[in-house]
Design a protein around this ligand. Structure first.
Ligand code: HSE
Length: 428
């Protein structure tokens, strides 16, 4: 058996402790599969005294993750600190500059500094792997970078934030408001320390930008992601969408178009009967479409100790076996800079509005849509007691610009109680 692979683990939160547990519990399995022992040399965290449910006495302790990353007895630096900058980035750079391989779960760091870190890794002959950064236990980075490397990728889409999916599906199943379920998610510990990372779509946007880079050979461009969280989604829309055969998801979609790279992380409708529509609770789903392979659906836990530590260990095992791939599947210098698509591909849209209930109101809305070139596919007006009538419209495929024009013109009709809720319906 060849020399052991020695890990330095920085960050001993849920995921870090999970990785330590796997290395301890599965020594024989890991060694048998990789042909060498996987060992932990040293660990680092903010608080040495905290009980993490796993013995750490066998490992050297470093208060400073940068010192850990530079240790001679560390072959692979495992970065589980989190945060786009600060100690996580400093320690990652130290490891890469020393030619050490890095395994990280840090989507924010890669979304903001992926290009520079990939270049640094390659300059120093090091590998930078990040399976755990996207969709927890789902091996989507490996699928895109390796298994599907012979495909032209046409679209990647999915639900990449379990907390948002929990909130949206729980609102529907329990008939609760956004605020009520948000409070519940908070109590259950589902929310990031900064909840806006979850409900603002930022965490999921980070993940999407990493997938887009691998899928299309482009430099990571998180700043170019069209981002909207789930804060404006009310129970009325969840119920109305369900009535029309849809579910509302915080959906990430990326595709390369003739007009440039499209990256969206926004609330969208998907057919209720589709795999995405049936995704409940905190689970993630990523769908990859390639020219030869067709459509692949990957589903699994997007967070939590076991699933995320499993993804970290997958990267560690690749390195132990000597399997090395470029960070984003293309040499860093060849990743192209991103031209952002100015408009997203045409799609059907969902419109919910309350119309003043007087003769000709609906006709005015239908006329405005027609004049904007938007064709109605389905329409429903609900029985009501008060002075406004709830109306739902599902359009045929149209451009967002046409929808914007129609919505602006609706405001001039004098029959709208308020601006309509407009949501894109993603074709699946
Ligand atoms: N907070 C994330 C989620 C997990 O809810 O999916 C880490 O990215």
């Amino acid at each position: 058996m060849s020399d052991s692979l020695r890990l330095g683990i920085a960050g001993l939160g849920t995921v870090g402790a999970g990785v330590v547990k796997i290395v301890r519990r599965k020594q024989a399995l890991l060694a048998a599969r990789s042909g060498r022992a996987i060992e932990i040399s040293a660990v680092s965290a903010r608080n040495r005294d905290k009980d993490r449910g796993v013995p750490l006495g066998d490992y050297a302790w470093e208060d400073d993750p940068v010192a850990l990353a530079g240790r001679d007895d560390v072959d692979v630096f495992v970065e589980l600190i989190g945060g786009s900058d600060g100690p996580a980035k400093a320690a990652t750079e130290t490891a890469l500059k020393a030619g050490k391989d890095v395994v990280t779960a840090n989507k924010a760091m890669l979304a903001h500094h992926g290009q520079a870190l990939a270049e640094l890794a390659e300059k120093n002959g090091a590998a930078l792997r990040f399976e755990a950064a996207v969709a927890g236990g789902i091996p989507v980075i490996k699928a895109l970078t390796e298994a599907l490397a012979g495909n032209e990728i046409t679209r990647v889409l999915g639900v990449m934030n379990g907390t948002c999916n929990y909130i949206l599906t729980r609102m529907e199943s329990a008939g609760l408001s956004y605020d009520e379920v948000f409070a519940e998610a908070d109590q259950l510990g589902y929310l990031e320390a900064d909840p806006n990372l979850d409900v603002g779509g930022i965490d999921a946007g980070h993940k999407l930008s990493l997938l887009a880079s691998i899928a299309f050979g482009t430099q990571v461009a998180f700043d170019a992601v069209e981002l909207e969280g789930i804060g404006r989604i009310g129970i009325d829309d969840i119920n109305a969408a369900a009535d029309m055969g849809y579910k509302i998801k915080l959906l990430g979609v990326t595709r390369m178009t003739g007009r440039g790279l499209e990256q969206r992380m926004t609330p969208c409708l998907v057919p209720a009967a589709s795999p995405l529509g049936q995704l409940d609770g905190g689970t993630n789903m990523v769908i990859i479409e390639g020219d030869d392979v067709g459509q692949i659906v990957l589903r699994g836990a997007g967070a939590g100790e076991g699933p995320t530590a499993s993804a970290v260990m997958g990267d560690v095992m690749d390195l132990a076996r000597g399997l090395r791939v470029t960070t984003f599947g293309v040499p860093a210098s060849r990743l192209t800079s991103v031209t952002t698509a100015q408009a997203s591909a045409p799609a059907p849209y969902y419109l919910r509005m309350n119309l003043l209930d007087k003769p000709g109101a609906l006709a005015k809305i239908a006329a405005v849509l027609g004049e904007s070139g938007v064709s109605i596919n389905r329409m429903r007006q609900y029985g009501h007691q008060d002075k406004t009538a709830p109306v739902l419209i599902v359009t045929h495929r149209t451009t967002f610009q046409a929808m914007e024009m129609a919505v602006a013109a609706m405001g001039e009709t004098g029959v709208m109680e308020a601006a309509p809720v407009v949501l894109r319906i993603e074709d699946l």
